[in-house]
Design a protein around this ligand. Structure first.
Ligand SMILES: Nc1nc2c(ncn2[C@@H]2O[C@H](COP(=O)(O)OP(=O)(O)OP(=O)(O)O)[C@@H](O)[C@H]2O)c(=O)[nH]1
Ligand SMILES: [Mg+2]
Length: 306
C-alpha cells in the first residue's frame, strides 16, 4: 500500500542527490482534494486528514517489460499487491511468461508485442497506464518492490521524474560486472557534462514518473537506451528530476538481454542526439502507425477493466 503523509508535504525535505529544477509544489491530485498548497495540517484534524489522504493518495501503475521471465514473475507479482494497476508488456516469450502473469495477477493488463527491445515495451506500457504515477520495474527480481513507496513519495513532493541510483549514498548493486560499472560511470559523467546535472547513475531502469508528463517526454527509443532518453529529455523539457538510492539485487534466474558494447553505444548516441533539444529529438512513432496496435490495446484494456 502506498501511503504518503500529506502533513509533511508543505516543505521539501532535505533529500540526497537532488538534481534538476528547484521549485517544489504539491501535485495536482492533492489540490483537487481541497488541500491548501503549503498547508501544515492541524493536529486536531488528524483523523479527518488521514482518511482524506487515504482517499486521495495517488494511484500507481507498475509497468513491467518481460522477455522469458516466467520464473522471475512468480517472485515479483505477489510482491506488487500494493499497486493499483500492473501492466506486463511481453515480447512474445517462449516460456509462458504471459500465462504466468495472467494466472498470478488476473487483473493485470498483459500486452503482447514482438521482442523489439525493452524501450519499445516500456513505451507501450506507458501509453496503456491509467494511474497518476507510473513505476517502471524490471521483471527479473533485481528491483525491490518495497522501494516503490519511496519513489512515489518523491513524486508527491513535487518531482516529475524520480530515477533510482545504485551509487547514491544508500544505494548499491549485487549485479553489476566490472565492465558495466565502468561503462555506466563514464556514460554518467558524460551526461553530467552535456546536461549540466549531477547524476550518479544513468543506466538504471528503476524509474517513476508522473503519467501526465509521458507525452511531453517524446520517447522513441526501442532498446535499453530508453532510460537515458527518458532522463535527458526530462532535463531538456524542464521537468523536475530527483535521484533516489536503490539497491539492485541479482537477477533471480534466466539471462540478461543487455549487451554492454552494443547497448552502451546506443546510450551514447541517444545522449548526444538529445542534447539538440526537444525540437530535434527523434520523433515518437507516428500515431497512424500505432492505430491498429492502439485499437487492440484499447480492447484489451476495456476487457481487463470489466
Ligand atoms: N517486452 C520485452 N521486454 C524485454 C526485452 N528485452 C529485455 N526485456 C525486459 O527488460 C528487463 C531488463 O532486461 P534485463 O535483461 O534484465 O537487462 P539487464 O541486463 O538487467 O539490464 P538492466 O535491467 O537495464 O540493468 C527485463 O525484465 C527483461 O525481461 C524485449 O525485447 N521485449
Ligand atoms: Mg535486469
Amino acid at each position: 500500500m502506498v501511503s504518503i503523509d500529506l502533513g509533511r508535504i508543505s516543505s521539501p525535505p532535505s533529500l540526497p542527490c537532488l538534481t534538476g529544477g528547484t521549485t517544489m509544489h504539491e501535485p495536482e491530485f492533492l489540490h483537487g482534494a481541497g488541500v491548501r498548497p503549503g498547508a501544515l495540517l492541524h493536529h486536531r484534524d488528524h483523523h479527518r486528514d488521514v482518511a482524506r489522504h487515504r482517499a486521495t493518495r495517488p494511484t500507481v501503475t507498475a509497468v513491467i517489460p518481460t522477455l522469458n521471465e516466467a520464473d522471475n514473475l512468480r517472485w515479483l507479482l505477489p510482491r506488487l499487491s500494493g499497486v493499483d494497476e500492473v501492466i506486463v508488456v511481453d515480447g512474445e516469450s517462449a516460456d509462458g511468461t504471459a500465462d504466468v502473469a495472467r494466472r498470478l495477477r488476473p487483473d493485470a493488463v498483459v500486452i503482447s508485442q514482438p521482442p523489439a527491445g525493452k524501450g519499445a515495451a516500456m513505451r507501450a506500457g506507458f501509453q496503456a497506464a491509467t494511474s497518476d504515477v507510473i513505476v517502471a520495474i524490471d521483471a527479473d527480481g533485481s528491483m525491490d518492490p518495497r522501494e516503490i513507496d519511496a519513489f512515489v513519495a518523491l513524486i508527491c513532493c513535487g518531482f516529475d521524474v524520480v530515477k533510482g541510483s545504485r551509487y547514491c549514498v544508500g544505494g548499491g548493486s549485487d549485479d553489476l560486472t566490472l565492465l558495466r560499472r565502468a561503462g555506466n560511470l563514464w556514460l554518467t559523467r558524460l551526461a553530467n557534462v552535456l546536461y549540466r546535472v549531477r547524476w550518479t547513475d544513468l543506466c538504471y531502469g528503476y524509474i517513476a514518473l508522473r503519467r501526465s508528463v509521458v507525452d511531453r517526454l517524446g520517447l522513441a527509443a526501442d532498446g535499453f537506451e530508453i532510460e537515458t532518453e527518458l532522463c535527458v529529455n526530462a532535463v531538456t523539457t524542464g521537468l523536475r528530476i530527483a535521484e533516489l538510492p536503490s539497491h539492485e539485487l541479482d537477477r533471480r534466474s534466466g539471462v540478461s538481454k543487455l549487451n554492454a558494447g552494443r547497448d552502451g553505444l546506443r546510450v551514447l548516441r541517444t545522449m548526444i542526439r538529445g542534447r539538440r533539444g526537444p525540437a530535434n529529438r527523434a520523433r515518437p512513432r507516428p500515431r497512424t502507425a500505432l492505430a491498429p496496435e492502439r485499437a487492440a490495446l484499447e480492447q484489451v484494456l476495456e476487457e481487463a477493466r470489466g
